[in-house]
Design a protein around this ligand. Sequence first.
Ligand code: AGP
Length: 594
Amino acid sequence: MCGIIACSGVKCAAKVLYRGLEDLEYRGYDSAGISVLEGDSIVTVKRKGRVGELKKGIEGMCGTAGIGHTRWATHGKPSDSNAHPHACGKFSIVHNGIIENYAELKAELMKEGAVFFSATDSEVIVHLLCKYYRGDLKEAVLCTIERLKGSFALCILCSDYKGFVAVRYRNPLIVGMGGGAVYAASDMPALAGLAENVAVLKEGTVAFAVDGEISFCDFAGRPISLTFSPVPASARSRSLCGFPHYMIKEINEIPAAVKNTAAAFEETDCAAKLFRLAKKSAFTQIMLCGCGTAYHSALSAAYMAEELLLLPVRAETAGEFRYRKTSVNRSTLFIAVSQSGETADTVEAARAAKSAGAYVIAVTNVPYSAITAVADMVVPVCAGTEICVAATKSYCGQIAALALTAAALKGPAEYRRAAAAVKSAEAICAKVIAGCFSEDAARACASSAAVYFIGRGADYPVALEGSLKLREVSYIPGEGYPAGELKHGTIALIDGGTLTVAVITEKKIGEKTASAVEQICSRGGGVGVICADGCAPAGLKERAEFFIEVPACHKFISPLVSVIPLQLLAYRTAVILGRDPDKPRNLAKSVTVE
Ligand code: AGP
């Protein structure tokens, strides 16, 4: 999973590509590279490390067309030779995706004399292009595609062609035009400063971009047309606005994310559509899927929806769901949750559910993403572009969208209650962000050997999310646990060097979580508490190393409020430890491979 970009008809391709790669870097930052067409030859610069490593190498590069890549390593470790572009003969390519049959293709090509310089799966593509090129670029591209199994978004340079070729199959690719130039990139924000009009390539499309023009065909070579529209305003906001990191900027954008999501739900008439759907379809079960943070919001929604609808509602990680025989069928409502809308496991899980007959709803922050093409209905999350690899505002937007969805399925009265609760969340979140944080809490985390998070009921998915956030940005080991399960195993890990953070937003259930806290304290473990106002069992505050109070609020919005101190805790801990919270090691924002 990587970021790719291409341009043709610009003044200095290397400069344009470099800037675009900076915007795409959140998709992978193990290595980066650029190829530019200079006269009749292709010049390539590629380096291990971040995009910034290319700066010196591209100085003096001229040429009006080129391709660029920023990599998240799958096949082959991060290195100069495994970095893209991969060049051979008259071709250079950049690839996002996975070539599943690369080993057999590589063996075949090597037998025919091809020499490989990398351990990547992608390099077979450039050798196939060389093999099939007899002066007809379109023919070579189509013959190459026919041999590939897996998923691929490609940009191709050929020294006989003054532009570039772009191909999309199961990985995102967007093309743009403006000022006589043509562009392609893995996402919209990378094109925002360049193109005036954009179009999302359909599955199975090849684009030929040259001389300020672009034409399209399908994989059988038949011409197709695409409609271009202006770059959406939401894709344009990339500035840090004075914040030191995107993570804290995006946490501060939570109130707007929740507000805009509720407004979009209203504007797109989701409530009426969902209520009609529930009445007409008489679903017998609801299944929610997602990965990472999106799975945690799906799990929160499962707790909410089951209580409301009194139907079996389950949440599962998409990677598990797609390889299991399940009871999903025509009477199932399947809800796929994904910030990016391009997480391979989630998109494929939605596809699997659809082919099993389920009605599929996509809850996503990216309206033009792959998952929207699979879904029968889209419930929008309007968190705005999320750049930090760690999801924060999108999680809160997802909880708002899912709470409204669950309530709308129940009926208009429940929806009105949920809409009022979500409306109140904007001010509550702003208050929590402004006031509910203690630096002592972050210091306690930063000095712990491991940090565990516990909660019961609706607080359990929040504990999972708090733990994921801290692990991914601070690298401190730990896990999220149902408070009642702790004593069945994980308590063996508790000692004076560990910290456990308990989440309590309901008084009755909080008493049970408080017993787990007692058990931890008895073993010498440190404890911190995130507690809704008025829900603290007697004596809990005194036991805790830190105690952060959040306003008590409706169960529809509780998970999106109580998560905020945990997001801030993860952020501050990462900063104290000198980590880069926006680009944690080994991670990338969108996981478009299995
Ligand atoms: C969140 O902080 C993570 N970076 C990650 O778990 C993420 O939520 C997951 O990869 C799913 O992404 P998606 O929502 O774009 O599908």
